[in-house]
Design a protein around this ligand. Structure first.
Ligand SMILES: Cc1cc2nc3c(=O)[nH]c(=O)nc-3n(C[C@H](O)[C@H](O)[C@H](O)COP(=O)(O)OP(=O)(O)OC[C@H]3O[C@@H](n4cnc5c(N)ncnc54)[C@H](O)[C@@H]3O)c2cc1C
Length: 518
């Protein structure tokens, strides 16, 4: 039981596999003789899912940990900057129905009850515009930084939009060439070990048995180790989050130097929503919907109608539409014995708010930081991991559901059913009751690394027209002077940033063409 953990095998070479490899190899010095031995096995027969183009700001930290420069990343992955999401048509589907969930917290967040002050004084300005510079930058397609801002540093917090296939290819090259990861292209045919004990090895078609002390299951929806071998149950969440299908398409720009959007556009539809992501060379667009409420044909027709706004009939006819299906949910536990599942093997809910890659980053970082020194403490680490990630999956489920619960749309049963009490997690129902009388605050989300902090909840609920009633008596926290000052500062900063920041494409062209390295 005291056997040291010296080797790790990752099964799967999608974004989850290579991100995990990079993060763990960098921390445990897989490229040094005294470091860990890290092997990634990837099937030549099963392609990675190849979607997943929106990230969180956490990706900046991740790239730095792995040791990939921002310029190299931008150049190799056809990547652009993402400053949040814009939700169009989610409230009632009428003209001008739009709000932002930016990555920057409200100006002065926590110093005073700014959302309460906004509700009483400034509702003619949308909440996010009143308290954050970022919606203003997004409205104008501005970049989140200046040309001279150092790599990974920000004027306004940002993540990225990227080409998923190119990102996996860059990670693969970097992991093999610089981080000492051994890459085996082979199909895993069998997992060896008793179901009530550790995995000893995996049998591959050509390379024989490959053993390790810890196995990371990044085999995507196959969930080869955690499900097929260990039979850890899958918790289906379709009763809460209805979407289970998507049609994705890559869309060329009408002109080469078209503006690149600084945020993900998320437009509500009859039975789901359309994502629209701007990369330097193309857009990535898709309709995610609930098959119980909409046929594939109707979804594709709606997606084509959405694209027809910007594309000629000839351009539209050339597009290749790709259908994907998924079951929203997650494993009952993620780490079992000497196997831990990361990425689609651990679960997937839906693309809204792009939380999947962020969960991969967090999982790989915790594995890297807490990699058990030997087998005697593996069960303790597994428990800690399971507790933390169970908490995170529940918080994501609640946050995603919030977007549907607060909608007033009634154009389809999909939207009405989304508001039925039996489809809403109990904790979310309680929070919504509380928030009728007090704004979302740090007290509602007490973990150090909350997936979605109280600021995110404020953006969604007030963006969707939710009202928090003013108290009968005043508190020191309801400080109108501080709130007013914060909102004034936000307007001043917005004007300053708009005047000083380049457009997205201008900055990307500059960074890529000039090979800037800070
Ligand atoms: C419609 C849609 C939109 C999405 N949008 C976003 C988004 O905007 N942002 C975001 O963060 N996430 C998004 N995601 C999720 C994101 O795509 C995934 O989390 C991410 O791509 C990681 O996938 P993966 O590596 O776990 O699995 P996969 O990409 O499926 O990789 C699985 C790997 O396992 C290997 N494998 C399988 N079986 C075997 C075997 N027997 N032997 C050896 N190897 C094997 C395969 O060869 C492959 O390399 C989206 C998902 C969907 C479905």
């Amino acid at each position: 039981m005291n056997k040291a953990v010296k080797s790790v095998v990752i099964v799967g070479g999608g974004t989850a596999g290579w991100l995990s490899a990079g993060i763990i190899a960098a921390e445990h010095q897989a490229n040094s003789p005294r470091g860990i031995k890290l092997t990634l096995i990837e099937s030549p027969d099963i392609k990675p899912i190849g979607v997943g183009e929106g990230t969180w700001p956490t990706m900046r930290d991740t790239l730095q940990i792995i040791g990939i420069s921002e310029v190299e990343f931008l150049r190799c992955c056809d990547a652009s900057f993402k400053q949040g999401s814009q939700f169009i048509g989610w409230v009632n589907g009428q003209k001008n129905d739009s709000y932002y969930h930016p990555f920057v917290a409200p100006q002065g967040f926590g110093q005073a009850n700014i959302s309460g002050y906004w509700q009483q004084t400034a509702q003619q300005t949308p909440f996010a515009h009143a308290v954050s510079v970022q919606p203003h930058l997004c409205d104008h397609g501005c970049a989140p930084k200046q040309k001279q801002t150092p790599e990974f540093a920000a004027v306004a917090n940002y993540g990225y939009h990227l080409n998923a296939a190119k990102f996996a290819a860059l990670l693969q090259r970097h992991c093999i060439e610089n981080l000492g990861v051994e890459h085996i292209v082979d199909h895993v045919e069998r997992v060896n070990g008793a179901i009530d004990n550790n995995i000893e090895s995996v049998s591959t078609r050509v390379h024989g048995d490959i053993s390790a002390d810890l196995f990371i299951d990044c085999s995507g929806s196959q969930a080869l180790l955690i499900s097929k071998h260990y039979q850890i149950p899958f918790i289906n969440k379709k009763d809460i989050l209805f979407n289970d299908s998507a049609i994705a398409v890559q869309v060329p720009y009408a002109v080469e130097d078209a503006e690149i959007s600084s945020h993900t556009l998320s437009t509500a539809q009859q039975a789901g929503w359309i994502w629209d992501i701007g990369l330097p060379t193309r857009r990535g667009v898709g309709y995610t919907y609930a098959s119980d409420y909409l046929s594939d044909e109707a979804a594709e027709k709606a997606l084509r109608a959405y694209l027809a706004k910007d594309l000629s009939t000839e351009a539209l006819a050339k597009l290749v539409f790709r259908k994907l299906t998924f079951t929203p949910g997650h494993r009952e536990k993620f780490w079992h014995k000497n196997c831990v599942a990361v990425g689609m093997a651990a679960g997937f809910l839906e693309p809204l708010e792009a939380s999947a890659l962020a969960l991969v980053e967090l999982s790989a970082k915790m594995i890297a930081k807490e990699l058990p020194a030997n087998h005697s403490i593996m069960a303790i680490t597994a428990d800690r991991f399971n507790q933390r990630f169970h908490y995170r999956w529940q918080r994501i489920i609640e946050f995603l559901k919030l977007h549907y619960v607060l909608s007033q749309r009634s154009d389809d049963k999909y939207w009405l059913d989304n508001r039925l009490a039996e489809t809403i997690p109990e904790r979310l129902q309680q929070l919504l009751t509380l928030w009728q009388y007090q704004e979302p605050s740090y007290n509602d989300f007490t973990e150090i690394e909350e997936i979605f902090p109280a600021a995110s909840y404020q953006y969604i609920i007030y963006g969707m027209g939710f009202t928090t009633q003013a108290r009968a008596t005043t508190r020191r926290h309801d400080n109108a002077t501080i709130s007013n000052k914060c909102m004034q500062e936000n307007q001043q900063l917005s004007r300053k940033y708009l005047a000083g920041l380049p457009k997205n494409r201008e900055l990307l062209n500059y960074l890529i063409d000039n090979e800037v390295n800070n």
